[in-house]
Design a binder for this molecule. Sequence first.
Ligand code: SF4
Length: 482
Amino acid sequence: MFKSRKNGVNRFAAASTRQRVQLEHNSILNSEYPFRLNFYRQPPPADITIEEFELFALDRLQVLKALETAKLRSRSDEDFKRDVQTALDKYLPMKSNSAKTNLVEERRKDHISHFVLRLAYCRSEESRDWFLRQEDALFKFRFEQETAEDKRLFLETANLDWKVVDPATKKEVQQELERCVNALSLKNKSISIANYVAGETYFEVNFEKVPDLVRRRAVYVHKGKAFVPMANQLSLVLDEFGSQLSKMLQATAKALPRLEEDDRLKPILVNVEKQYIGKVYNGGEGVNGDLKAGDVDKIVEQYGPLCMRTLNDALRREKHLKHGGRVQYGLFLKAIGLSVEEALLFWRTAFANKTDEQFQKQYAYNIRHNYGLEGKRVSYSSFSCGKIIKGSLPSAGDHHGCPFRHFSSGNLEATLYKDKLTGNQVRGLLDLVRDSHYQVACTKYFEFTHPQHEKIDIIEHPNAYYELSLESENNDAMDVER
Ligand code: SF4
């Protein structure tokens, strides 16, 4: 449209406000990103810096986590929208076509961040499922916010394989179509069902594409084809988005080994997948906490999350922990204030069956290593829930990991009953675990066992759990004093 910048500027300056809006609109429609909505079929542009690669992905991750939290906390529709919109405004703003600035930059970031997360979350079925669920929800949220005109334009250019039912066929099945219309939905439109059907556009699609509409008998099904009214386009669009993304995730998983030959990418992708975006817990400079070795049992039993209590119980029972358990538990204790001297004392006492010589040779080095006193001299941080949940699977004799993720259903059930949860609470938690919502289950567990505490965000870190539990106790003590 604009042959040269000079012509473009002149023409733009001479245009009326209305014409100018139209010109801007046309220029966006002709750009690489004509819409806020995107099926992400094409890879992003090649010129991405390594910083953008990681930063954009982490920002999108914040949005997906906010969506997950908002969805699972089952608050009102308004709360849900407000929370998601706040996260989007902060991390991934996307203005509509009527806005004048930064549209391409915003959409480029959206495009790139989706692809990086797709790479990071394609490795395992569990990661793929999580990513797919959150991306579906994000697409739905954005689609519902789009104007009718932009939705129509987006769908027209999206190359979807939906066949419009021709007038003759529609007439033949008019009565069946009428039977599927919910009269209540037309209550305020002062239009008869027959006129509604006659004026509505119907699409013919495979019935498996719209299982929820079939289940609700909201569509007429004939010879494997469902006749879907335009009014139900959301179900169709979501199905298209979900099934395309699912296939693309599988394809990305196959291509990943080749992509990771670029050794700059692999560490970033692994880091992004296990990313915990929040406070780092490493006990601070020098770890000068005042936790004494002899108080660990009491403190962990009282305030520790289930994963750390499991490790402490196993340590006391077996007088030993394998490497994975020692690292997970040792770093947690360090972050709650166990100094290196107290840590050496604690582990030495706990490994009661080992001689001093064995302890010094096999274990003391690793304990000092955690505190940055050996090897690379890095003071290591305590593991986040994401890292524990996605980390190495515990095998026989191991006790590391997350009980909500790694316990068998029977073992978890027995543990929860032992912690005096009610039958309803236990069943609710097991349902969440069955749907792979491990951290949500842990959060609910916290709420059940700390009923006085106000509502909390999803537990992202065992040390955050510990701090909340401690805070709960302190609040109770202050209430008593008052
Ligand atoms: S969700 Fe996190 S804090 Fe809770 S048990 Fe699992 S790893 Fe521990």
